[in-house]
Design a protein around this ligand. Structure first.
Ligand code: PHE
Length: 354
């Protein structure tokens, strides 16, 4: 009996899995198991023998049963432990970042510009990006032979074979909207026109598509002084600091007199800071609307006069947010813009902050 105990105790201890354990159970205490058979043989014993062997066999049976149960629990625990180890998750790891949509810097600057000029009484006008030769050039006093046509590196569309009319163009500036607005609404007026314009040009400071905002104010006695005040108010609000302007005599076919406008700036460690220092940076073209342009728009130049300006929005965004290369606006990955402190890229916020 002691041999039996030793045999099963060590076999049970060595059992590697539950099916081995089950085999052992059947072998030992199953119906035809070794211990069960011995119990059955009790019947053939004498009363004394049985009295001695009975309790011992019962105790052995109990001992083996509880050894089997204990081993079964141990095997189950081990299996669970193993699974837990295999499926271990570090719930303290930071969650995966979700990409956040946000407004494009050009759109944001367009909104900022529009909001400031709206405060100064300018409403928004729009015109087509595919423009006729007339609106883009002739009506603006840029006749066919004029060098400005060549300078503007124009994209032309195709006409059908045999169609002799001048081709349409991708507008090279937002100035054609001046004519369209005059035609439709007459004088007086005070409008801006933000929008895309196109020129066949591509380098660090030029892209084939860029954005301008046109300004046009017409009234009985509108003057260059009004233009200068308007622009200084605008730049001061836009850059959030006092900005002086410098007007340099220039030439545009559609304005007379014409001026190129510089803003006060300073170069610091290779980048430009607006609104302080002794340097000047050219930012827009402007002037008094040419009488021929008023006429082309159906407005009597003897009665009305006005100023106009055209400014690059991309340039404004670069200056305000210190972006070095215009082509960056077309980069599919805008994350780098955060580096330049573009607040709207950190929090999706449509407000202009004005
Ligand atoms: N249209 C001019 C340009 O694109 C800018 C301009 C607009 C100049 C209005 C004078 C008046 O360069």
């Amino acid at each position: 009996m002691d041999d039996l105990r030793e045999k099963y105790v060590s076999l049970i201890a060595a059992a590697a899995d539950e099916s081995t354990l089950e085999d052992l159970r059947v072998q030992a205490v199953g119906k035809k198991g070794e211990i069960s058979l011995q119990m059955r043989s009790l019947g053939k014993m004498s009363a004394e023998e049985r009295q001695l062997a009975g309790p011992k066999l019962n105790a052995l049976k109990d001992e083996i049963n509880s050894a089997l149960a204990a081993k079964k629990t141990a095997l189950g625990d081990a299996a669970l432990d193993e699974r837990l180890r295999g499926e271990w998750l570090d719930v303290t790891l930071p969650a995966r970042q979700r990409a956040m949509g946000s407004i494009h810097p050009i759109s944001q600057v367009t909104e900022e510009v529009t909001a400031i000029l709206a405060d100064l009484g300018f409403s928004v006008a729009e015109g087509p990006q595919i423009e006729s030769d007339w609106y883009n050039f002739d009506a603006l006093n840029i006749p066919g032979h004029h060098p400005a046509r060549a300078e503007m590196d124009t994209f032309y569309t195709h006409r059908a074979e045999g169609d002799e009319r001048p081709p349409h163009v991708l507008r090279t500036h937002t100035s054609p909207v001046q004519i369209r607005h005059m035609e439709a609404h007459g004088a007086p007026c005070r409008i801006i026109c933000p929008g895309r314009v196109y020129r066949a040009d591509y380098d660090q400071t030029h892209t084939p598509m860029f954005n301008q905002v046109e300004g046009l104010a017409i009234d009985k006695d509108t003057s260059m002084a009004n233009l200068k005040w308007t622009l200084e108010e605008f730049f001061t609000a836009f850059f959030g600091t006092n900005v002086k302007t410098r007007f340099r005599a220039s030439h545009f076919p559609f304005t007379e007199p014409s001026a190129e406008v510089d803003i006060q700036c300073q170069w610091k460690d290779g980048s430009v800071v607006v609104g302080e220092g002794d340097d000047w940076l050219e930012v827009l073209g402007s002037g008094m609307v040419h009488p021929k342009v008023l006429q082309a728009g159906g407005i009597d130049p003897a009665e009305w006069q006005g100023f106009a300006f055209g400014m690059g929005i991309d340039r404004m965004a670069m200056l305000k947010y210190g972006i070095p290369d215009l082509r960056a606006f077309f980069d599919s990955d805008l994350r780098w813009l955060r580096h330049y402190g573009f607040a709207s890229l950190q929090q999706p916020n449509l407000a202009t902050g004005l």
